[in-house]
Design a protein around this ligand. Structure first.
Ligand code: MFK
Length: 535
């Protein structure tokens, strides 16, 4: 109430996003070696404070002032400048200072470094107006250089991509999509021509996210590989800051991710360096995709957490029908359902952080590597859809205010809507799951892993859940075997199959935490209310 007795609602307020996250802290305490947790906690605490502090103004500025394309200078010269505002640039500086990419490659925590990096990204992303998109591609480019790059490429570019100094830090784009397709890149028409022993690229790219980056990885037809696709790295600008034979046509007018400069552009003789084996461009760029897909999953979970942090705070201060929202059984129930979805997704992506960390430090066994390959598309497609549903429901928790732009709530929904589209749509990723199973023993490895985890569930109250998970996995396996002779039926069911794997595998992760006494059984019960097998 103000002095005149009029009512004004208090806005939801965010606290330190690390300290307030009991689900994250419980997971880290359960799995991380105590010494490592002790080491990294002050940094997480600081980032948790920034995510609820200085970063919020940066994100609000970046979102309110989308990038502008300036095609010509006042005298008519073509310049194709992309102007971004203070907030966007500040978020990039924070990313360097906080090592949002570097943490994974410095490997201070050995095999746990990637997990540590996932947690930092999770804290950073929902306060970063999609500045994590260029970071995802930067990380993917760093990984592809680490795996396939020669010494020259590594020495020249890795220190830039992994720098913690904002002045030295470079980001990279990943330009796959042409007008002919973003899912099916076989129609790529960009060509690499050899001129005086060096490659120059010619062609038009239809979606180039983060066009303010310094580098990009892209596909082009390679004359040294019978015009098959190879992977190339290019610098966007020369030493004077002029674009290297690149013409920007326009910036995209998008539903969300408005702070992110996404352009249509033409490469007209842009110098480029080939990465990896000639003619294996798609396979090589898949290394980038696997990283960006995991970023996508981490970001999806972080949106769920952000939405819930706001909705839970609001429920403790908003009154209706004589009591707080948090005292209404149906509202409490709604929040508890959303919370269970979030916790399940959190356990799934952090588990993937562990697997990826092992792979990147040569600590992964064969089963770890196969599981990582299989669960990466599963987690991306599942959490992308989940985040849209959860954030949409979160907006409803605010009534009409959830629909009002300057509350900062609608942007969450607009931005997370992209997570099921870019980096592989739900259907493309469902087919990728089939691709993995067709080319490896991945289903057997998954079943063996789940069986091991089920065998640990000794609490009598977990017996029904154990049986349900076992049955769900068996149903998925039966479906997969039964469709062996019918590619049409298998393809048509691919999405339901992938969802079944996601629900069942996450259920067994949650059940393990209940068995070990650090997760409430209620969360597992709620997770298992949805059908585990959808085939
Ligand atoms: C906040 C979050 C930030 C997120 C970043 C936002 C950036 C935004 C920019 C974009 O959105 S870029 C557009 C995104 N596009 C995609 O994600 C591509 C979607 N399409 C696919 O994923 C297709 O499956 C793919 C192009 C990868 C392959 O299709 P094809 O042409 O049918 O390829 P094929 O013949 O099945 O595979 C070629 C090789 O790659 C094979 O290896 P081999 O040559 O050894 O046989 C495959 O096994 C391998 N491969 C394919 N996908 C792989 C993979 N290997 C490892 N991992 C994968 N995921």
């Amino acid at each position: 109430m103000n002095d005149a007795g009029e009512f004004f609602q208090d806005a939801p307020v965010l606290g330190n996003q690390y300290r307030g996250d009991a689900a994250l802290q419980a997971w880290l305490k359960a799995y991380l070696p105590a010494e490592i947790l002790k080491q990294i906690t002050p940094g997480l605490d600081r980032l948790g404070a920034r995510a609820a502090g200085d970063m919020l103004a940066m994100a609000a500025d970046a979102d309110a002032h989308p990038p502008q394309h300036v095609p010509y200078d006042p005298w008519g010269r073509r310049i194709d400048r992309i102007d971004t505002t203070w907030g966007w640039q500040a978020l990039r500086r924070v990313a360097a200072e906080e090592g949002i990419v570097a943490t994974a490659y410095e490997r201070r925590e050995a095999a746990w470094s990637r997990l540590h990096q996932f947690v930092r990204l999770y804290l950073y992303h929902p306060s970063a107006a999609m500045a994590s998109c260029p970071l995802a591609m930067t990380d993917g480019a760093a990984r592809v250089l680490e795996v396939f790059g020669d010494q020259l490429l590594k020495q020249r570019y890795l220190p830039r991509l992994l720098s913690r100094d904002p002045a030295a830090f470079w980001t990279s784009g990943q330009w796959m999509t042409e007008r002919s397709g973003g899912s099916d890149v076989s129609g790529t028409s960009t060509t690499a021509l050899l001129e005086k022993g060096a490659f120059r690229l010619h062609g038009t790219k239809w979606f180039t996210s983060a066009t303010d980056s310094q580098l990009a990885v892209t596909l082009a037809r390679d004359p040294e590989a019978g015009d098959k696709l190879s992977l190339f790295l290019l610098e966007l600008r020369d030493a004077e800051g002029r674009l290297n034979g690149i013409f920007v046509h326009r910036l995209k007018d998008k539903l969300g991710t408005r702070a992110l400069p996404t352009a249509e552009l033409t490469l007209a003789g842009t110098p480029a360096l080939r990465i990896g084996e000639p003619g294996h461009g798609v396979r090589n760029i898949a290394t980038v995709l696997n990283i960006t897909r995991l970023y996508n999953a981490v970001c999806a979970v972080s949106y769920m957490r952000r939405g819930l942090a706001l909705a839970e705070d609001y429920a403790r201060k908003r009154r209706a029908f004589g009591k707080l929202l948090s005292e209404h059984p149906l509202h409490r129930e709604t929040l508890a359902e959303l919370h269970a979805e979030f916790v399940g997704a959190l356990h799934l992506v952090l588990h993937l952080g562990v697997l990826l960390g092992r792979e990147e430090t040569a600590a992964a066994g064969t089963a770890d590597r196969i599981l990582l390959r299989l669960l990466t598309p599963v987690a991306k497609l599942f959490t992308g859809k989940q985040s849209i549903a959860v954030v949409s429901e979160v907006l409803e928790c605010f009534g009409g205010q959830g629909y009002i732009e300057d509350t900062g709530l609608p942007v969450l929904l607009r931005d997370c809507q992209v997570l099921s589209i870019w980096e592989g749509t739900t259907n493309v990723l469902s087919l990728d799951v089939l691709r993995v199973l067709d080319h490896s023993q991945a289903l057997e490895v998954l079943v063996a892993d789940v069986d091991n985890r089920l065998a640990r569930l000794q609490l009598p109250e977990l017996a029904p859940t154990r049986d349900r998970i076992r049955q769900a996995l068996q149903a998925s396996r039966n479906w997969f075997d039964a469709t062996a002779g019918s590619p049409t039926e298998r393809e048509a069911g691919a999405r339901r199959f992938a969802f079944s794997l996601a629900r069942s595998y996450t259920a067994v992760l949650l059940a393990g935490a209940v068995q070990d006494g650090w997760l409430e059984g209620d969360i597992l019960q709620r997770w298992c209310r949805a059908p585990l097998a959808q085939v």
